[in-house]
Write a protein that binds this ligand. Structure first.
Ligand code: SF4
Length: 742
């Protein structure tokens, strides 16, 4: 065999970098950035090269596992399908579909097969117990955008390549490479903002890597970002700096905002946020007077008790300063697979709280319940008690609050099936594990992140290696088939075919983009050996740049993307308002009632005594939540699972560099090495998440060699943002004492 260079989009994080992968047969020789990639232009982070290890990792499951006599054992696919059918069907027939919970982990949205098929699975299962990683880190953005713009997936992204001013709140894109803003080489793009005379300001309780490269770093007390941002809004009102610009004619609620936040001034909130009033006022003026500006709020700003208010306030500032939907501001991407905007704005609007959780009456958001209530839904007897769980690509025992309690709850389930490549801290409780193929053996087109991209891009990747077993779509379709009362061992392709047929039917209706075309002929054109790829092709062809099956000659199709292995650049973001708005009013609704109603709760922060010491999380370049820790290169070097402590706190508590400290919260205790650094603001400590690989019963030999501790043994499942159900991962009150001196 000879070596061949292939091109592929990295699916590991949101940045969608182009990779140049040299293979010899199924063996990976090297992975580099693809200099010809139209978007990433050769950029790659250390995780991209880890795909080689993930592909070759001996711990990655190649065969299913089935629990036999209480023990998870390697099994044949037929044994796994039989166990799936018996276990899941029994629960559904005895207690109904609502007693089956579905949890979708973060990797789900990085997989073409999983992102398509989990939608079908959720629909066919029809359970109220739908959970995902979204309520760990991003539901506030869905909620505020759903209420303001009418659709929870209408999320404006920073037009970083053209902006003159970037206020970054609670994000560390030098390390994460961006989130809810797809931008390979985010660091380079930020540096170019500065090179062209712009300014980057970072607000964070920790002087992060991004903050160290910013023009201005402003420390803030965890959990108070909404107060800071609303004080900026108040300054804009006070100093007559409001000018929504081109969107002025389709914005409502401006006076309601002004009224609702009265009194939350820069002076009034300063003692709570820790940010001097003059700094807040200066930032407000800088945003208002910059040629263009964005407020980029992300994980740290959303994982808190006022996450939705923070997310909303950021987009209110953007709107009030004329930076919504204009170059250099925050804009809406238009992905190749998206539905084109209609000719006029307006729609049914969007709502939260259409149903609530059974035990603690937490409202749904985006059809999902907060992941923090899953444990109580499993533990609490009564009608509707969760008895079975399906997980797809997730490890909630390490990645969601009070993971130890969730682990105990999972152990009590009647049945659990996981679609996952690893026997990890969560899947060890499964009755059946159905592993997906290696990432390099999968087709890839990014359904999730091209809709959040800072430039409109399309790219399609063919599999580079042979799959060791069935594709992920196959396993997910089999689970869906069992939910429909059918055999888990039959041909599951009818599930995606049903979804495709419905899309074709809608598109060929009289008012559809393919009216006049024959649905049967289209189905015939599309049907191949991989129905998920057929769905991707269909959506691209009826999308805003699509060939419309001949109606728009030269338009996009999967075939055209195949001919462009470095991707196709569809151009910079274009204004999409007002027609993209789906609110009832057809306008940007600046003052949605649920948000306005939550502001009195925020005001209570003003009179609350601050906690002595609070914990925040930390993102690391070589981590991707919990699942990159089995890659030797990703955990090489000194211990990275350390507790960052400010020198003043260390002195007060008698903590020396490298000492082992005991950190305790309401829900648990961990012992971890202290790292003293003035990067932390006083009164705040930081622990990275995704660690804690010392549990028995896993098959993660590399991760187990440097296990670290789980920050989610400290986070509290009772603490969440009530509007979005997002867990509070930042601002956890903790007590610290020395356990072992260095
Ligand atoms: S930044 Fe993300 S997409 Fe790019 S190489 Fe790293 S992990 Fe892959």
């Amino acid at each position: 065999m000879s070596e061949v260079e292939h091109y592929r989009t990295c699916p590991l994080c949101e940045a969608t970098c182009g990779l140049a992968i040299t293979m010899n047969g199924d063996k990976v020789i090297s992975i580099k950035g693809d200099p010809k990639d139209v978007f990433s232009k050769g950029f790659i982070c250390p995780k991209g090269t880890a795909l080689k290890h993930l592909h070759e990792d001996p711990d990655r499951l190649r065969r299913p596992m089935v629990r036999i006599d209480g023990e998870l054992r390697d099994a044949t696919w037929e044994q796994a399908y039989a166990a799936l059918e018996a276990g899941l069907f029994r629960v559904i027939s005895e207690t109904g579909k609502d007693t089956v919970a579905l949890y979708l982990g973060n990797p789900t949205v990085h997989s073409l097969s999983a992102s398509v098929m989990t939608i079908a699975l959720a629909k066919l299962l029809g359970t109220r117990n739908l959970y995902s990683a979204a309520t760990v880190d991003q539901m506030p953005k869905h909620v505020s955008c759903g209420l303001m713009f009418g659709r929870p997936d209408h999320i404006p992204v920073p037009d970083i390549d053209r902006t003159d001013y970037m206020l970054i709140v609670g994000a560390n894109p030098w390390v994460s490479n961006g989130s809810l803003a797809t931008a390979p080489d985010f660091k380079g793009r930020l540096e170019r903002v500065q090179q062209r005379g712009g300014k980057v300001v970072v607000v964070d309780p920790r002087r992060t890597e991004t903050a160290s490269g910013a023009d201005d770093y402003v420390p803030i007390r965890p959990g108070t970002d909404a107060l800071f941002l609303l004080a900026i809004v108040n300054t804009l009102f006070e100093e007559d700096l409001i000018d929504p610009g081109d969107v002025a004619d389709f914005v409502t609620g401006l006076d309601d905002v002004r009224h609702a936040i009265e009194g939350l001034t820069a002076d009034r909130v300063a003692s709570v946020t820790g940010i001097p009033a003059h700094t807040t006022q200066r930032i407000a003026r800088e945003i208002a007077t910059a040629a263009s500006a964005v407020v980029y709020d992300r994980v740290g700003a959303h994982q808190q008790a006022f996450g939705t208010l923070t997310s909303w306030a950021a987009d209110v500032i953007t709107t009030l300063t004329g930076n919504l939907d204009r170059p250099g501001g925050k804009m809406f991407a238009l992905a190749a697979h998206a539905k084109p905007d209609p000719d006029s704005p307006g729609g049914r609007g969007w709502a939260i709280g259409r149903f609530t959780s059974r035990v603690s009456n937490r409202p749904e958001a985006y059809g999902q319940l907060p992941i923090s209530v899953l444990a109580e839904e499993i533990e609490t007897p009564g009608e509707g008690q969760v008895r079975a769980l399906i997980t797809v690509g997730g490890n909630p025992v390490l990645s969601t609050p009070n993971g130890a309690r969730l682990a105990r709850a999972l152990e009590s389930l009647d049945f659990m099936v996981c679609v996952d490549p690893y026997l990890n801290e969560t899947t060890r409780f499964a009755d059946v594990i159905l592993p997906p193929p290696s990432v390099l053996a999968k087709h890839h087109y990014d359904f999730a992140f091209y809709g959040l991209s800072v430039r409109n891009i399309a790219n399609y990747s063919e599999p580079l290696a042979d799959a060791e077993g069935p594709d992920e779509w196959d396993s997910l379709a089999r689970i869906a088939a069992v939910c429909l009362g059918q055999s888990g061992g039959g041909d599951p392709s009818f599930v995606p075919q049903m979804a495709l047929a419905q899309m074709v039917q809608e598109a060929t209706a009289d008012d559809g983009p393919l009216s006049g075309l024959d649905p049967a002929e289209i189905m015939q054109t599309l049907t191949g050996d991989n129905p998920v790829v057929a769905i991707a092709d269909f959506r691209i062809r009826v999308g805003p740049y699509g060939d419309l099956f001949g109606k728009n000659p030269g338009g996009l199709s999967l075939e055209l993307l195949r001919q462009h292995p470095h991707g196709i650049d569809l151009g910079p973001l274009e204004p999409r308002l007002p027609n993209a708005l789906r609110t009832k009013s057809g306008k940007v609704e600046l003052a949605p009632q649920p948000i306005i109603d939550d502001i009195p709760r925020l005001r209570t922060l003003l009179d609350r005594d601050p906690d002595d010491l609070v914990l925040i999380g930390r993102r690391q370049l070589r981590s991707n939540n919990s699942w990159m820790h089995n890659v030797p290169k990703m955990i090489a070097g000194s211990n990275r699972c350390t507790l960052l402590v400010n020198p003043a706190d260390a002195e007060r508590l008698g903590i020396g560099q490298g000492m082992t400290v005991r950190v305790a919260s309401r829900v648990g205790t961990v012992e971890v090495e202290a790292e003293i650094t003035d990067d932390m603001m006083p009164g705040v400590v930081s622990l990275p998440h995704g660690w804690g690989h010392s549990e028995p019963g896993t098959r993660l030999s590399v991760a187990g060699s440097k296990p670290g501790v789980s920050s989610n043994d400290l986070t509290d499942e009772d603490e969440m943002d009530p509007l979005s159900g997002n867990s509070v991962m930042n601002g956890i009150p903790v007590r610290i004492e020395v356990a072992v001196s260095a």
